[in-house]
Design a protein. Structure first.
Length: 336
């Protein structure tokens, strides 16, 4: 039989106490069944001043009478769960477990905070590189225009049978110059496309920080959308519009105040220039007669002109979007 008080040692007295608990009770002058934390005459498990049957922790304890010895009246108990008679009071901090040593407290500041938000870094360097590359595209297009005009002039002489206006060497030189112009256009366009995709993905990541709710597609689509057949005629414009919206200025109510005129002009001219250039290239490569060669060269000439206009609009679009993100980043830094 275990001790009715400590519940750890064997009982050795008629009251069901072990030797140590019986000695402690005898020294304190306690009544049988009374714990060391109870006042004389207090019912076990009942707080001082508590009426019988009243819930534990309720009822005010009365102050000790004048002349009472110090410590004769114990302090009022801390409200807590009721204890069975003869059991020691709960340990300090009962009901509020503490973390194990070496572990951070779950209530520490920042414990539930999410990952840090990356800063907005406007791609100013990429914008400057794109300006130089688009200038190279325009120069290549101008060279192609001159070569194409020469081809058309020679083909007109061939059609009119004006053999004094040209020689076979002139035809070969014009054809070689036109082919070189095509190579220059291809190289300039590929280099510009690579840097433009890097810039486009960067501004898309910035837009995710500025206004994630406005982004309808994942950041990876800023690159992948350009390589999906047929969808690349729509998706890049959609992503560009979302980025434009997130990067624009905010009104007093927090709503974006942006105009999509420049975005629409750039994208429309770009698509038209692609269609016209593809059509002219196909006609020129399939041409067998002088008239067919001249017709194909004329369509390519129109496509080169549209490509120059598209390059100008692209520079304006890149410049405007980069500046909008730079203004938003500067404003956010000043507010912080």
């Amino acid at each position: 039989m275990l001790c009715s008080q400590c519940r750890t040692r064997a009982a050795a007295t008629a009251e069901g106490l072990c030797a140590e608990c019986a000695a402690t009770r005898g020294n304190a002058g306690e009544a049988p069944g009374q714990g060391p934390w109870q006042a004389p005459g207090q019912v076990p498990g009942q707080a001082p001043g508590q009426a019988p049957g009243q819930p534990y922790g309720q009822g005010a304890a009365q102050p000790p009478a004048q002349g009472a010895a110090p410590g004769a009246f114990p302090p009022p108990p801390v409200p807590g769960p009721p204890q069975a008679p003869g059991y020691p009071p709960p340990a300090p901090g009962y009901g509020y477990p503490s973390p194990a040593p070496g572990y951070p407290s779950p209530y520490a500041p920042g414990y539930l905070a999410g990952p840090p938000v990356p800063p907005v870094v406007p791609p100013v360097g990429l914008f400057k590189a794109l300006v130089a590359l688009f200038a190279a595209v325009v120069l290549a297009d101008l060279y192609a225009l001159v070569s194409g005009a020469r081809i058309q002039s020679l083909m007109a002489s061939v059609i009119a049978e004006d053999f004094d206006a040209y020689t076979d060497a002139d035809l070969d030189a014009a054809d070689a110059s036109y082919a070189l112009a095509g190579v220059a256009q291809t190289v300039a366009m590929l280099a510009t496309a690579v840097v433009f995709l890097v810039w486009f993905h960067r501004v898309r990541r910035n837009a995710q920080v500025l206004d994630p709710a406005a982004q309808r597609m994942a950041p990876g689509w800023a690159i992948g959308a350009w390589f999906v057949p047929f969808a690349n005629l729509v998706l890049p414009r959609r992503i560009a519009g979302d980025i434009w919206k997130a990067s624009g200025r905010r009104g007093p109510d927090g709503a974006p105040q942006v105009s999509y005129v420049l975005v629409n002009l750039w994208w429309t001219v770009y698509l038209v220039s692609l269609v016209v250039a593809q059509l002219g290239t196909r006609l020129y490569l399939q041409a067998e007669e002088a008239e067919e060669v001249r017709s194909g060269a004329s369509v390519i000439f129109a496509g080169d002109l549209l490509d120059i206009v598209a390059a100008v609009f692209a520079v304006l679009f890149v410049r405007k979007l980069t500046r909008m993100q730079e203004e938003r980043a500067t404003g956010a830094a000043a507010a912080a």
